[in-house]
Design a protein around this ligand. Sequence first.
Ligand code: GDP
Length: 211
Amino acid sequence: MDYVFKVVVIGDSAVGKSQLLNRFSKNEFSDDCRATVGVEFQTKTLLIQKKLVKAQIWDTAGQERYKAITSAYYRGALGALIVYDIANRRSFDNVQRWLEELRATADRNLVIMLAGNKSDLENLRAVPTESGREFAEREGLFFLETSALDATNVESAFLTVLEQIYMNVTHRTITADDDPPVVVKPTLQLKGTRLDLPQGGRREACCSNRS
Ligand code: GDP
């Protein structure tokens, strides 16, 4: 494995974070799967410019409901998706707060994608596309509207983040000699991020245990 990139997914409860993750990592959408308590992640291995990249994508698994996202969740993250629901104005209003938390806690070179999810709910839209785009431009974020349900832009949203991380990392590695404090060696830096399952079990277990 050439690289492991940690990406966190944040945003209000019920905006579709878990479903975006399922769609990207397993190409699934399941309507009846409740959030597991505790942090979890899924991985997907892909090729970026002929290098094997393992994307390790973390899901809050409901922690945000208790306003208790720990700094450990953000630690080592090189990218983030901030998700809101285009049919839920409040979830968009809260994006600012998520961004502040992210910037206060995570790496300053973090690659951030703002994702307006549930784009399939056009008839219930409460947030104009333009509002999302303007916010993203003002804050220097990537922006896409996605649908975990019909798969629109889900792959693009994650891939854009991963490719940009790759560019940052390879660029910084090349220029490493000039300025040691900004050197990022991703495989070394993420050495402590184990790839085995966190305690509490995975979402599949949650689903299959449901009656
Ligand atoms: P989370 O709390 O942010 O992880 O949200 P979930 O992934 O659990 O999704 C919350 C609810 O929104 C569930 O009922 C999903 O089926 C639904 N949902 C998620 N993504 C989409 C989407 O793209 N379109 C529609 N219409 N519903 C979605």
